[in-house]
Write a protein that binds this ligand. Structure first.
Ligand code: PAF
Length: 280
């Protein structure tokens, strides 16, 4: 498995595969890979002849007071992880390779980006959509793989692909959790021992919400109030949002219905964590 740092080298490699009639899967990541990413690579391996993993901490999707500088990075560990899972190529560009001097083109979506994380992270999804469309143009994959943990991101990317007639399939993969329930995230590494324990309040709230739905709760405000009360029991937790929205449009829902997304962002100390579930 090779690491390519330039767009041109990556394109040449993918072109050679294409000439042999091979299909290509792309797993876009910001690195510091964990089993959540691993599940995407494994799925991509099952469904494609070749798999590209992009590792790029995208400055454009971080706000001015966010964790761009401290975002964890370990390319050697990531290389070994990808190699073990059978990925064929890592695309690992520098910011200057992706954003050349004078860069001024953006993919800016509305509606879906204006709810949930978009409210507290106003520039985030513009950065995500821009970099993901660049990655799609560079790699031109048949399929691209994203985790359901970032449910809003997944819905936005699916909509972007539809709206802009991008010729690929976007595949969503289930949330991968630690044994105690915490959703896997590169940002879990920021948590100290006490915060790590406190962070379990997110998955506890998810389980409570799922149980209420399976027990027949129909009123979204009752569901959300119970989940918020559960989170508020934890002194280290500060709620950014807990909301029930349509799983495709991200618009708020009053009544519980199939494919509704219940999503939350909660600060544990300074670390902002997200989690969610979809109503069956
Ligand atoms: O989910 C992520 O890790 C990032 O938002 C993505 C999709 C790789 C774009 O930078």
């Amino acid at each position: 498995m090779e690491i390519k740092k330039t767009i041109q080298e990556t394109r040449e490699c993918v072109k050679a595969w294409r000439e042999k009639g091979l299909s290509v899967g792309l797993v876009p990541t910001m690195g510091y890979l964990h089993e959540g990413h691993g599940s995407l690579v494994t799925k991509a391996k099952q469904e494609n002849d070749r798999v590209v993993v992009s590792i790029f901490v995208n400055p454009m999707q971080f706000g001015p007071n966010e964790d761009l500088a401290s975002y964890p990075r370990d390319i050697e560990k990531d290389r070994a992880f990808c190699e073990k899972l059978g990925a064929d190529l890592i695309f690992h560009p520098e910011p200057e390779e992706m954003y050349t001097s004078g860069f001024c083109s953006y993919v800016d979506m509305s509606v879906l980006t204006e709810e949930l994380c978009g409210l507290s992270r106003p520039v985030h999804f513009r950065g995500v959509c821009t970099v993901v469309s660049k990655l799609f143009h560079i790699v031109q994959p048949d399929r691209a793989y994203f985790g359901q943990k970032d449910a809003q991101q997944l819905a936005i990317i699916k909509r972007m692909v539809l709206d802009l007639n991008m010729d690929l399939e976007v595949v969503g993969c289930p949330i991968v959790r630690e044994e105690d329930g915490l959703a896997k995230s590169s940002r879990n590494t920021y948590l100290n021992t006490e915060e790590r324990k406190a962070a379990l309040v997110l998955s506890r709230a998810v389980r409570l919400g799922e149980k209420m739905v399976s027990d027949g709760e129909k009123d979204a405000s009752v569901l959300l109030a119970a989940m918020k009360a559960e989170i508020e029991k934890e002194p280290l937790a500060r709620i950014d949002y807990v909301k029930a929205v349509d799983g495709l449009t991200m618009q708020p829902k009053d009544m519980v219905e199939a494919s509704m997304l219940v999503a939350m962002a909660v600060y544990i100390g300074k670390t902002r964590l997200i989690d969610n579930f979809i109503c069956e």
